[in-house]
Design a protein around this ligand. Structure first.
Ligand code: CA
Length: 259
């Protein structure tokens, strides 16, 4: 089977045209019609390359790009409208490998795909669906968690909690955010239930659950999985309470990127 390409594009004719033509060229193509489904499919199917339209409903292409980059180095080619110079720059800053301005020819697209994939294959592919951070690895595909090389068995809700925090690392999530993401029944779940599960999770993944290094408490708000930068700075000022200020300074990048 050929290389796997995921097309994230909401325009039907464009998406179908790409799927048909790339299929003829020997690629194994799947299509997502919005950003949310795109991220989901990227995790499930582990494509070698993502063709990402920037103008998408719900979750924008730039947010999809950022989410993909948080968990993998999958090759990303952005498809942009002629007018969106700014998006191109931001997209490349977010780690997209290349971009094509619509309309483009199939020949041009294939040439770019091959070039990007050649570069990517030399870099050592970190697959989408595999998460690694400070000795904690998650395989979303197999639902496997390892801490410092040791496999950890997590009850389903604790796994989902860790998944939610890890895939949005750097972001402080409120108990309500976590309930919405983890408990499908949603309303009626006591916020303290989250605390109970976080405690259980820490017992299993933290070396010292009283001084957690993965799941931090953000007082009065909720919890956060620190990204590398935050973890480093918090090591500097010995387990300073994670403050709301750190969380909001992180949002600067996002705010600047949003249209
Ligand atoms: Ca579009």
């Amino acid at each position: 089977m050929g290389p796997k390409v995921l097309v994230i594009e909401d325009e039907e004719t464009m998406a179908e045209g790409l799927a048909y033509n790339l299929g003829k060229e020997g690629f194994e193509v799947s299509v997502a019609r919005d950003g949310e489904d795109g991220i989901h499919q990227a995790r499930e199917r582990r494509p070698d390359l993502v063709l990402l339209d920037l103008m998408l409903p719900r979750v924008s292409g730039l947010d999809v790009c950022r989410a993909l980059r948080q968990e993998s180095n999958v090759a990303v080619i952005m498809l942009t409208a002629r007018t969106s110079q700014v998006d191109k720059v931001v997209g490349l800053e977010l780690g997209a490998d290349d971009y094509l301005t619509k309309p483009f020819s199939l020949r041009e697209l294939i040439a770019r795909i091959r070039a990007v994939m050649r570069r990517a294959s030399g870099a050592g592919v970190r697959h989408l669906g595999l998460f690694e951070c400070r000795g904690l690895t998650m395989d979303f595909y197999a639902r496997l968690v390892k801490v410092r090389g040791r496999t950890v068995e997590l009850p389903p809700k604790e796994y989902d909690l860790l998944y939610t925090l890890a895939t949005q690392r750097g972001r402080t999530l409120s108990r309500e955010d976590l309930i919405r993401a983890v408990w499908s029944e949603g309303t009626g779940v006591d916020p303290r239930t989250v605390d109970v599960h976080v405690r259980g999770l820490r017992e299993r993944i933290e070396e010292d659950p009283a001084h957690p290094e993965f799941i931090r408490t953000v007082r009065g708000v909720g919890y956060r999985f620190d990204d590398e930068e935050m973890a480093q700075s918090s090591r500097g000022d010995a387990r300073a309470t994670a403050s709301g200020e750190a969380a909001s300074s992180l949002r600067v990048g996002r705010a600047a990127a949003d249209p």
